[in-house]
Structures are given as structure tokens and as C-alpha cells.
Ligand binder design. Structure first.
Ligand SMILES: [Zn+2]
Length: 73
């Protein structure tokens, strides 16, 4: 049915602030941060795929990405 198998769920780290997010790694190496279409919370959009070696870290990294602070006071 759906042909989304070509993208790979992985962990990606912001090149600016080092924050780690779960992301979709596309075959063309495009990285989409899951749940954050605007990129990192620091405003950067350059990420590094860090989960090639450690698949098990993806779930742990997802916990980090859970910090959704809207900063509204
Ligand atoms: Zn950042």
C-alpha cells in the first residue's frame, strides 16, 4: 500500500546547539525532525544523523525531544 519504507526513523542532532530529536532520514539524506517542521528549538535547520551506529538510542532520544516548552507565560 504505502511506500514510505524508504525513509528511516533515526536520531538527529542539531549542529548548532546539540539538541537531539527523532527524525526521518530520507534516501536523499534530507532530515526531517519529527513533530518540528520548523526545525530545532534554537531555530537551526541543520541536523546530523547520529543513529547509524546505535539503533537503540532512538527511543531514548525521543524522550529528550519530548520537552515541548512553548515558553508562554
Ligand atoms: Zn539547535
Amino acid at each position: 500500500m504505502s511506500k514510505q519504507d524508504e525513509r528511516l526513523k533515526a536520531a538527529a542532532r542539531c549542529r548548532e546547539c546539540g539538541a537531539v530529536y527523532s527524525a526521518w532520514i530520507h534516501p536523499d539524506t534530507t532530515i526531517d525532525i519529527i513533530g518540528r517542521k520548523d526545525g530545532c528549538r534554537c531555530g537551526a535547520r541543520a541536523f546530523q544523523d547520529i543513529s547509524r551506529a546505535t539503533d537503540d538510542d532512538v527511543s531514548a532520544s525521543a524522550e529528550i525531544a519530548h520537552d515541548r516548552d512553548d515558553g508562554s507565560t
